[in-house]
Design a binder for this molecule. Structure first.
Ligand code: NAD
Length: 259
């Protein structure tokens, strides 16, 4: 008996088997969920479809979240294939590489708009398009990072986008709650992924994390997957609008210093 038997999940953001979205997918699958995937077109055949097939998923559709038409297309196909969405996972973000280096004050207008559109607005766009398919008991998840609330070197515009994402989670929770639909964010510690590789100085940040985090280790995509199961399932039935940390306790520290 899995915690998610008979439930289906539509997952946005798998790039490869290091992706946080893939950690979540594996965990939801282990608990009995039927999965479908959406990702940018260029990744579909080489990366996403083989991973989907490895766990018996057949729904794999391209989507650039900057396009409302693409988003509508995925939802229409999902409705035809599966009807409702029990679990919607938004695990994606993007900013120009030059905006993840140097000083935040140098962020360009278009770089700011791009990061906000892909990394924050896309959650609103996805949820709005998915709304007719979200039913009482459905759960929406997104991914955030501590740089939303404290300054993290080089995280820059992505920190501002994550702050907007976390605020969006709260506003969406208020909108969707009366329909019995929940939405929460997981704020994950640093994980070595394709997206993280674009952040200047990530290696250093990742390397020192385990020395200072209370649990003294880096977090894994499997750690995130386990919390995703909790948030996707009825175990978290009264939890919505929250930012849940999967960071080995890092966020509780005032002045993180290695011993
Ligand atoms: P990843 O590179 O594996 O995934 C990022 C995904 O975003 C990719 O699949 C990419 O295709 C997708 N994407 C980018 N632009 C898109 C667009 N226009 N349309 C559709 N998809 C688009 O990296 P990840 O680290 O697994 O990132 C997943 C989420 O986790 C992101 O929101 C990221 O900010 C967040 N996060 C990452 C870390 C970390 O340290 N890696 C920590 C906390 C939160």
């Amino acid at each position: 008996m899995g915690l998610l038997d008979g439930r289906n999940a539509l997952i946005f953001g798998v790039a490869n088997d290091h992706s946080i979205a893939w950690g979540i997918a594996k965990a939801l699958h282990e608990q009995g969920a039927t999965l479908g995937f959406s990702s940018v077109e260029s990744l579909i055949e080489k990366r996403v479809r083989p991973l989907a097939q490895s766990i018996g998923a057949t729904f794999v559709e391209p989507c650039d979240v900057q396009s409302d038409e693409d988003i509508r297309g995925v939802m229409t196909k999902w409705q035809a294939a599966h009807g409702q969405i029990d679990v919607l996972v938004h695990a994606l973000a993007f900013a120009k590489r030059e905006d993840l280096d140097g000083s935040f004050v140098d962020t360009s207008r278009d770089g700011f708009a791009l990061a906000m559109d892909v990394s924050a607005y896309s959650l609103v766009g996805l949820v709005r398009a998915a709304r007719p398919l979200l039913k009482p008991g459905s759960s929406v998840l997104t991914l955030s990072y501590y740089g939303a609330e404290k300054v993290v070197s080089h995280y820059n515009v992505m920190g501002v986008a994550k702050a907007a994402l976390e605020a969006s989670v709260r506003y969406l929770a208020a909108d969707l709650g009366p329909d019995g639909v929940r939405i929460n964010a997981i704020s994950a510690g640093p994980v070595r992924t394709l997206a993280a590789a674009g952040i200047s100085g990530f290696k250093k940040l990742y390397g020192s994390f385990a020395e200072v985090a209370p649990l003294r280790s880096n977090i894994t995509i499997e750690d995130v997957g386990k919390t995703a199961v909790w948030l996707a399932s009825d175990l978290s039935s009264a939890v919505t609008g929250e930012i849940v940390y999967v960071d080995g306790g890092f966020n509780v520290l005032g002045v993180p210093l290695a011993e």
